[in-house]
Design a protein around this ligand. Sequence first.
Ligand code: NAD
Ligand code: WQD
Length: 358
Amino acid sequence: MEAKSYILVTGGAGFIGSHTIVELLNSGYSVVVIDNLVNAYAANEKQKPESIKRVEIITGKTVPCFNIDITDKKILNNLFQQFKIDCVIHFAALKAVGESVQIPLQYYQNNIAGSNTLFQVMQENNVKRLVFSSSATVYGTPQFLPITEDHPTGQGCTNPYGKSKYFTEEILKDVCVSDPEWQVILLRYFNPIGAHESGLIGEDPSGIPNNLLPYIAQVAVGKREKVNVFGADYDTPDGTGVRDYIHITDLAIGHLKAVLKLNDANFQGCEVYNLGTGRGYSVLEMIKAFSKASQKEIKYEICKRREGDVASSYADATKARKELDWIATRDINDMCFDAWRWQSANPSGYDQNPSIAR
Ligand code: NAD
Ligand code: WQD
């Protein structure tokens, strides 16, 4: 085994993982990435995922990356034998809310059984430091706003995706009770959007985007005709849904701060942090901001509400500020501008643009 220690990043070829790896590498950490490519593009099986190739361009560093599925205990174990792993940032998951209602067993197998397998391998290899990608979805319908970390969780999770995040959080809390050597940080993201300022990496949804920002971006670039606004009769200032959008680079830096926290000798057990800006924007405000950033007209149509949506959701991110020394610094214009730079340079995502691909 090599003497150098690594941060293992699961699902590192995805949207949040790739941006986080840039921040980790730029701060001097070494990373090893695993991803089974279920939601990431590679030209072929022998090539690294395109997102990782571009991370290498941005940082000038080489990233070891393996096509490994987190549900495969034996191969995971081999990896832990091969690399000295200091801690794990666990992004790998299926994440489409609607799809999770259609194929719940796949979601539970991948997100819960897969996570459990990863945690077993960690335990068996005496690696007990973890940052886990959780979601504001665990809060369900907000009982109060802004949402603090002690808001009840689990009760309002109406879909298998949300439940998989809630259950995995609960598993990790139990693991920390069982063994005080574990150090776990649960990061509950609000709505990550935007792209790296280079325009080389960004969000690359397959098929019709489920989330608002990629959909708006595809309308702006001419791939789709109009945005369907899901409801204008909510109890919000303009009637459309309000969310706490956060720039992907701010979110990525939140992971860096979480890793620093794990390195704090006094840190013990399981802590949870919201990562959001603390401010909400409506669907119509987002369309307007994106139109300004892209200098494009963005057509929209008011449609009926989408099932399962809440009127408003935004974070109280005070705990992350106080305990992680983290704050979101990029505003809505930065988010839209950076998303547009990525979208306009990569209208079809990663599987185009051979001039950039190596
Ligand atoms: P993503 O789909 O872009 O990235 C996830 C990556 O994990 C993909 O590259 C995929 O190929 C990989 N993966 C999935 N299952 C795997 C498996 N069994 N083994 C190995 N790799 C596997 O998604 P993202 O937006 O980067 O999200 C990262 C994490 O953050 C996920 O856990 C997601 O649930 C969570 N999260 C995302 C959001 C969001 O809005 N994007 C919000 C809250 C939480
Ligand atoms: C934002 C707003 C929609 C699309 C989801 C997951 C959550 C988390 C983040 C992973 C809402 C409206 C959307 C469209 C629209 N993911 N909208 N037209 O629902 O807050 O959160 O992604 O953990 O779990 O549920 O994000 O981007 O889908 O929607 O009007 O085409 O935009 O109704 O008000 P959401 P979103």
